[in-house]
Design a protein around this ligand. Structure first.
Ligand SMILES: Cc1cc2nc3c(=O)[nH]c(=O)nc-3n(C[C@H](O)[C@H](O)[C@H](O)COP(=O)(O)O)c2cc1C
Length: 171
């Protein structure tokens, strides 16, 4: 699949088939995260693959009952292991590093015919307990992965004119 095709095809999937993700597909998705860039190439991250049904249900509860987390056969918990590092630009590196790695996974998943959904609405403390993440680390997302049962919504996006300006900032 062409890169732009995967970018167009990727959508937030909130309904999954009840069948496992084959190991070769899962490994391709994880490999896409491994190859992602990170600030100073620190790679201070860990990706926890959760397949256990009870644990997925607990993660779903930690995310306010978002059912797709329990429904998907796999949940990938993306953990930043150096959340304290702030770049010179004033931005914490971990949020960017993990966003890039997770986005790589969403695109690789789309390429493999799999669905994903970025989840930001979850309790850090509850999710931490479910997968045993230490207090000094930070969970950036808990991402369901599986074969889509229903397609994602049609993309609604601003036009390029609204989001791009040239040479200097313009509202
Ligand atoms: C940082 C972030 C947090 C999000 N949190 C959630 C969430 O908790 N639950 C959910 O169902 N979707 C969540 N989404 C998915 C967005 O709603 C979705 O990406 C957006 O509506 C665009 O739709 P698309 O992903 O299908 O293109 C999140 C997306 C991002 C990038």
């Amino acid at each position: 699949m062409e890169l732009m095709e995967a970018i167009r095809k990727r959508a937030s999937i909130r309904s999954y088939e009840d069948r496992p993700v084959p190991d070769d597909k899962l490994l391709k998705v994880l490999e896409a995260a491994r190859l992602a860039p990170s600030a100073s190439n620190r790679q201070r991250w860990k990706f926890i693959v959760v397949k256990d049904r009870e644990r997925r249900k607990a993660l779903s509860r930690a995310a306010g009952g978002q059912a797709h987390l329990a429904e998907a056969p796999v949940v990938i918990v993306a953990v930043a292991t150096m959340p304290e590092y702030i770049m010179r630009c004033g931005i914490p590196a971990y949020a960017i590093d993990l966003a890039i790695a997770v986005d790589h996974m969403t695109l690789a998943a789309a390429d493999e015919g799999l669905g994903t959904c970025w989840i930001g609405a979850f309790s850090q403390e509850e999710a931490r307990k479910v997968v045993g993440v230490p207090d000094n680390y930070r969970i950036v997302t808990v991402m369901p992965l599986g074969f889509p049962r229903l397609p994602g919504r049609e993309k609604t996006r601003k036009s390029l004119d609204e989001i791009v300006c040239y040479e200097a900032f313009r509202e």
